[in-house]
Design a protein around this ligand. Structure first.
Ligand SMILES: [Cu+2]
Length: 175
């Protein structure tokens, strides 16, 4: 069944694009997103939180959600993490980043300071030492890839754009 949905999702935009009249391709894509609202198709690729992998593909969306809240990696080995903002809202209104915090960091205090650090893309200058690694601040369609290595432990990550950390937060669990 899933295969059929996938085929429909892949084939029908092509079909529509070829007979879409004066619609721009972006409008067509929007229409398809609404028409094909089956969860099997529209959800970002589902990655089980229990998978241990040092290659991580993270997305952030216009609903202020990451696609994952638990990321399991092998401790002491380099992790390659990419974040893509899959939303469409303007950068000023809805940007995302991934900020991995050191153990013992007060996440709330960090997030509050970050929220008033617009000039440095919401990375607070006086709390840089609390950061293990972070991506750039990403507008719609933008992505960034970072690498980091962490010892065993459970590390908090957030999006530090103002107001996002309440829903855009999770844990990197290094095993
Ligand atoms: Cu965000």
């Amino acid at each position: 069944m899933k295969k059929i949905f996938f085929l429909l999702a892949v084939v029908s935009p092509l079909f529509l694009a070829s007979c879409g009249g004066n619609k721009t391709s972006e409008e067509t894509a929007d229409t398809m997103a609404v028409d094909n609202s089956l969860p099997e198709v529209s959800a970002p690729e589902a990655v089980s939180d229990t998978v241990v992998s040092n290659t991580v593909e993270l997305t952030g969306d216009d609903l202020m959600k990451f696609n994952r809240t638990e990321i399991r990696v092998k401790a002491g080995e380099q992790v390659t993490l990419s974040l893509k903002n899959i939303g469409k809202l303007p950068k000023e209104a809805m940007s995302h980043n991934f900020v991995l915090l050191k153990l013992g960091t007060d996440t709330e205090q960090f997030a509050l300071k970050a929220a008033v650090s617009q000039a440095s893309d919401y990375i607070p200058a006086d709390m840089k030492t609390s950061i293990l690694s972070h991506t750039k601040l990403l507008g719609p369609g933008e992505s960034d890839t970072i690498t980091f290595t962490v010892p065993a432990g459970e590390y908090e990550f957030i999006c530090s754009f103002p107001g996002h950390w309440g829903t855009m937060r999770g844990k990197v669990i290094a095993l």
